[in-house]
Design a protein around this ligand. Structure first.
Ligand code: UD1
Length: 430
């Protein structure tokens, strides 16, 4: 089993190129099947989740060709079934985007129920509510969800919670429904906007994405498009916090600084210097970190996907910090691992009370999910001595070449598969 071996203590210094956003790529790849014409998507991150989705799409007859590592050509004209049972798809949550896409195009779909990271209960009632409002009959049986409509008809939908997935899934179906749909209390995340822009580039008529009211005038047909996915806000944020915890100096390149504002604000609060230019952000951590409080919120609030990373930094800052997780209830599973590195964190319900310590000490850890896994790697890089992180398949779901990018910044980290490789690494780094 692959693990990361890490020797901590080096400040990370240099420039790192950020890839395309996983959470934008997933709905955009799914939506690409909504036309029979050929679609070319650029800046697709080469990570496990996007590859699993592409494989599931191929299983129903979608033509998928990688023109290069990050460019995918997709043609959905030969789809031969609307039932997706591919085993891989169970592992990724975004499999349900194929329901929204197929429902819009064919008015029917059946997909095995989504998996994804175990970060708390992840209901899909708002997706279902939205599809039903458009005239769809939705059934859940034998581990699959099926959706079928005689006619999809636009409607006024009020989301009871702000949900990225539900907003995206309803937007896709509504793009090809009859008449107008209004989604109120919509999610405003950059990837919601990116999907709307992509659908519009295929001929959809979607207005207001990025605000809480999205208006969609259904069209009968979508057409070919070439589209470039936005940079990954969370990958960028992870490297920005890696600078903070290792007392480093990192420039994240190929980013949209506007998408990083809440992350930047917190880095400044804890004592880092942050300089933004048109498409890059530099984070310098030359002073000791200081405590702050943070609550995760839907965009433009501080992202829940950055909560473990900021907690790792707060664990090394002076004073007491409070982290409140308001989106997912099970997102503190990394705390026990950090405690074994010397962190002082107490979790009460959806709140973590963090008393900063002077240093972490290397330990063996397991990645509990994607973002927490990346955060534990950062903790290992900041720590004194050796650390091991296992279950790194979670990290590979969403970070492309994670260890290589870290190595290019001076990190001592290697992917290892055997005791022999671990010993070799230890000898190499001393
Ligand atoms: C997406 C992201 C994930 C991120 C999350 C919040 C993808 C593939 N994943 O997940 O990385 O952490 O947004 O930014 O893009 N909820 C309901 N009913 C629903 C749907 C959601 O109650 O039908 C609740 C959830 O339990 C959660 C909140 O709404 O408390 C937000 O979830 P949502 O925005 O839907 O997250 P995902 O789309 O699953």
């Amino acid at each position: 089993m692959e693990q990361y071996a890490i020797k901590g203590g080096n400040p990370l210094v240099g420039e790192v190129e950020i890839g395309g956003a996983k959470n934008a790529a997933l709905p955009i790849l799914a939506a690409a099947i909504m036309t029979d014409e050929t679609v070319i998507i650029e800046n697709v991150p080469d990570v496990r989740d996007t590859n699993a989705l592409l494989q599931a799409m191929e299983s129903i007859g979608v033509y998928v060709e990688k023109l290069d590592r990050h460019t995918v050509k997709i043609n959905g004209s030969q789809i031969h079934g609307h039932v997706i049972k591919d085993e891989l798809i169970k592992k990724i949550r975004a499999s349900y985007y194929l329901i929204g896409a197929m429902l819009g195009k064919y008015k029917e779909a059946e997909v095995v129920l989504p998996g994804g990271c175990n970060i708390g209960s992840r209901p899909i009632d708002q997706h279902i509510k939205g599809w039903e409002a458009l005239g769809t009959k939705v059934d859940i049986a034998h581990g699959s969800i099926s959706a079928k409509a005689e006619v999809l008809k636009g409607n006024h939908i009020y989301m009871d919670v702000v949900s990225v997935g539900a907003t995206i899934n309803v937007m896709m179906a509504a793009a090809m429904a009859e008449g107008q749909t209004v989604i109120e209390n919509a999610a405003k995340e950059p990837h919601v906007v990116d999907l709307a822009n992509f659908l519009n580039s295929m001929g959809a008529n979607i207005k207001g994405a990025g605000t809480d009211v999205i208006r969609i005038k259904g069209v009968t047909k979508l057409h070919k498009s070439e589209y470039t996915i936005i940079p990954d806000q969370i990958e960028a944020g992870t490297f920005m916090f890696a600078a903070a915890v290792t007392k480093g100096d990192i420039t994240v390149k190929n980013v949209i600084p506007k998408h990083l504002e809440s992350i930047t604000a917190k880095l400044i609060e804890i004592g880092c210097e942050v300089e933004a230019s048109d498409d890059a952000v530099r984070v310098v951590a030359s002073k000791p970190l200081v405590h702050t409080h943070v609550k995760t919120l839907p965009y433009p609030g501080f992202p829940t996907d950055m909560q473990p990373q900021i907690a790792v930094a707060l664990g090394l800052s002076r004073g007491t910090s409070i982290v409140t997780e308001s989106i997912f209830e099970n997102r503190f599973r990394y705390v026990d691992e950090l405690t074994r590195m010397g962190a002082s964190i107490k979790v009460e319900g959806n709140t973590a009370i963090i008393n900063g310590v002077d240093k972490y000490t290397g330990a063996s850890m397991s990645a509990p999910d994607l973002r927490a896994g990346a955060a534990l790697v950062m903790a290992g890089l900041a720590a004194e001595g050796f650390s091991m992180v296992d279950d790194i398949h979670y990290i590979q779901r969403g970070y492309e070449d994670f260890e290589m990018k870290l190595q290019s910044l001076g990190a001592q980290i290697e992917k290892v598969e055997s005791e022999r490789e671990i010993q070799k690494f230890k000898l190499k780094v001393g």
